[in-house]
Ligand binder design. Structure first.
Ligand code: ATP
Length: 349
């Protein structure tokens, strides 16, 4: 059991900065998700923690020791990758047992530990099979069992669900969440999928271009994104972001006028709101524009219109009926609006 700390950790290749000054304490038992688009530096951060990549600067602490110079095998962490990394000639049982052999764990403990790990991921019926005789989801569960069996201080998981189809991804995700609940092992999980981040994380670290954009609980990040990058990365659909100008607390842009905003902000701004926070109205809405598209989602529908220089989405009841081109009005009160600096993208209200 241990807290982990990343102190000003960075990674450079020549002039290219892949990870810039990453600074974070990860309390014992936390499920931390590193989230960001492809190339943002999340895998590099993970690989530095694992010891597969040297840091260019900074320190990585696990408990009360700096692990920068330790070999991966001496860091007491277990990794799960998207590619499973199973040994094809070994049975499921032997694959799960392998880390115990390598670490010279007393033989009389092996059977019980393997069986317990297999049970936790529901693999007891498959122990005699080889990896080729398993589905993708079952293979990933073998990889999870192999990580669990070691009882490491920290789990590192790099996009473990990305090779699975949509349905399996959901069930394996639930299994990972349940495992963390049972084992309480500090876990660092890398993904570019914001839904995985929202559903699994105690805290999310949103990264872009090697720089941490925001750290917070899923709800903090969803409810108060620190900047337009986070606002447009979290949520499905992403937050609507419109450009316009504020004077005396009134935001105006093409096809939109919103009153009652902060009077301390003036000039050009980016205004954001979430599709589900706005409501359709028959007259007098802050947004009024012709319908560009109307999509049925199942439990609701989504109307899109051009306003404030963007295509903005508003969630409407599935009973809503209209045609493309009809004028659509939406209530977008000041209370649901987020204000961002037009140039820097940082939250200003
Ligand atoms: P993905 O989701 O695609 O795996 P990521 O966020 O995990 O992306 P990283 O793999 O951490 O991104 O890579 C971060 C940046 O560092 C990328 O621009 C990548 O091209 C670069 N990079 C990674 N490894 C090297 C290397 N060995 N030499 C030079 N640049 C590298």
């Amino acid at each position: 059991m241990a807290e982990m700390q990343l102190k000003n950790v960075s990674k450079r290749w020549g002039n290219f900065i892949a990870v810039d000054d990453f600074h974070l304490s990860i309390p014992d038992e936390e499920f931390l998700v590193l989230l960001g688009p492809s190339g943002c530096g999340k895998s590099t951060t993970m690989r530095m923690i694992a010891g597969l990549e040297e840091v260019s600067g900074g320190e990585i602490w696990i408990g009360d020791r700096v692990v920068n110079k330790l070999e991966p095998k001496d860091r007491d962490i277990a990794m799960v990758f998207q590619s499973y990394g199973l040994y094809p000639t070994m049975s499921v049982y032997e694959n799960i047992r392998f880390p115990l052999k390598v670490r010279r764990i007393p033989k009389d403990e092996h059977h019980e530990r393997v069986m317990r790990a297999a049970e936790m991921v529901e693999l007891t019926d498959f122990l005699d099979r080889r990896p080729a005789e398993l589905s993708g989801g079952q293979r990933q569960r073998v990889a999870l069992a192999r990580a669990i069996v070691r009882k490491p201080t920290v789990f590192l998981m790099d996009e473990p669900l990305s090779n699975l189809d949509a349905k399996l991804r959901v069930s394996t995700r639930a299994q990972i969440k349940n495992l963390h609940h049972e084992l309480r092992t500090t876990t660092i999980y890398v993904t570019h999928d914001q839904i995985e981040a929202m559903t699994l994380a105690d805290r999310v670290v949103v990264m872009n271009k090697g720089v941490v954009q925001q750290v917070g609980t899923p709800l903090q990040i969803y409810d108060r994104p620190a900047n337009t990058f986070v606002a447009s990365f979290i949520g499905s659909p992403a937050m609507n972001l419109m450009n316009g100008t504020i004077e005396n607390g009134v935001f105006t842009g093409k096809g939109v006028r919103i009153e009652g905003l902060s009077k301390t902000v003036t000039g050009p701004v980016t205004l954001g709101f979430r599709a589900e926070d706005a409501t359709p109205v028959t007259s007098g809405g802050e947004i009024s524009a012709p319908i560009f598209s109307l999509e049925l989602l199942g439990e609701a529908s989504m109307v899109s219109v051009h306003a404030g220089g963007a295509l903005v989405a508003v969630k409407v009841p599935k009973s809503f009926s209209a045609e493309i081109g009809d004028i659509f009005g939406a209530s977008v009160p000041a209370s649901i609006c987020h204000l961002f600096d037009r140039d820097t993208g940082e939250r200003i209200g």
